[in-house]
Design a protein around this ligand. Structure first.
Ligand code: KIV
Length: 259
C-alpha cells in the first residue's frame, strides 16, 4: 500500500515528521523510495538540476510528463506529486484541469503541485479537488515568480507574513492536502503550521513544519550551486569526478580492462 494524502494528515496529528525529496528519473526514484521517503516530488526544479535551464520557467508539460513516467516506474511506496510547470495552469481553472488531468492519466501518479495563493490559485485548487485531483499548494518563495520575487526570503515583514498565512489558509479551504512553505522565516512557518490542519512541508522554512523537502541533487552534493538552506549529506560531485579520473587514467595506462 502506498502512502496516501489521508495518511499525511494523520501523521500531522500524530506529530510524525513527513520526509519528502525530489526525483526526476527511475534509478533515483527507486533508491529513495526503497530508503523509505514518504513523498517523492517530481519538481519543476528538473528544469535547472537536470535539463540545465537558468530558471524553472522554460519547462514544458511534455518534458515533466516524460520524467514523471520514469519516476512512477521506480516507486512502490511513496506518494508521488508532480509539479505543474509555469503557464500550464495559471491561465484558467480549465487549463489547470487539462494539465493536471494529463499528469494523472498519462503517468499514474497520485497528485499535482502548483505555486501561488489567494485568490486565483484557491479557485483553481477548489475546481481540481472537486474533480478528484489531489493538490499540494506552494507559498512563500515561488520560483516560477523569480522575475518578480528573485530567490529572496519571503514574508519578512508583518504584512508580508500575514499575507502568506492567509494564502496558506485559503489553499487549505480550497481543498489542498498539504502546502509547501519555501524560504520564509521559521517563526512564520511555525504559526502557519499551528494554524493549518493540513501538513506543511518546509524548505528553507525552519524546523517547525510538519515535514521537510529537499532537492535531491542538493542532498547528494550534485548541484553546481545550492540555496543557503540546503544541506548536502554527501559530495557526489567530488566522488564522480574522482571515479571518472581513475577510470581515464587506467584506460590510458592500459590497466583497464585486464586480460
Ligand atoms: O521544484 C521543486 O523541486 C520544488 C521544491 C523545491 C519544493 O518545488
Amino acid at each position: 500500500m502506498s502512502v496516501t494524502t489521508h495518511q499525511l494528515i494523520q501523521w500531522k496529528q500524530q506529530r510524525r515528521s513527513i520526509v519528502a525529496l525530489t526525483a526526476y528519473d527511475y534509478a533515483i526514484a527507486q533508491l529513495i523510495d526503497q530508503a523509505g521517503v514518504d513523498i517523492i516530488l517530481v519538481g519543476d526544479s528538473l528544469a535547472m538540476t537536470v535539463l540545465g535551464y537558468e530558471t524553472t520557467l522554460p519547462l514544458t508539460l511534455d518534458e515533466i510528463l516524460h520524467h514523471a513516467k520514469a519516476v512512477r516506474r521506480g516507486v512502490k511506496q511513496a506518494l508521488i506529486v508532480v509539479d505543474l510547470p509555469f503557464l500550464t495552469y495559471q491561465e484558467s481553472p480549465q487549463q489547470a484541469m487539462h494539465s493536471a488531468g494529463r499528469v494523472l492519466k498519462e503517468t499514474g501518479v497520485q497528485a499535482v503541485k502548483l505555486e501561488g495563493g489567494y485568490p486565483a490559485m484557491a479557485t483553481t485548487i477548489s475546481q481540481l479537488t472537486s474533480a478528484g485531483i489531489p493538490v499540494m499548494g506552494h507559498v512563500g518563495l515561488t520560483p516560477q515568480s523569480v522575475h518578480q520575487l528573485g530567490y529572496k526570503k519571503q514574508g519578512k515583514t508583518v504584512e508580508a507574513g500575514e499575507r502568506i498565512l492567509q494564502e496558506a489558509i485559503a489553499l487549505q479551504e480550497a481543498g489542498a492536502f498539504a502546502v509547501v512553505l519555501e524560504h520564509i522565516p521559521a517563526d512564520l512557518a511555525d504559526r502557519i503550521t499551528q494554524k493549518l490542519t493540513i501538513p506543511t512541508i518546509g524548505i528553507g522554512a525552519g524546523p517547525h513544519c510538519d515535514g521537510q523537502v529537499l532537492v535531491t541533487s542538493d542532498l547528494l552534493g550534485l548541484s553546481e550551486k545550492q540555496p543557503p538552506f540546503a544541506k548536502a549529506y554527501v559530495n557526489l560531485r567530488e566522488t564522480i569526478t574522482q571515479a571518472v579520473k581513475d577510470y581515464s587514467l587506467e584506460v590510458r595506462e592500459n590497466k583497464f580492462p585486464n586480460s
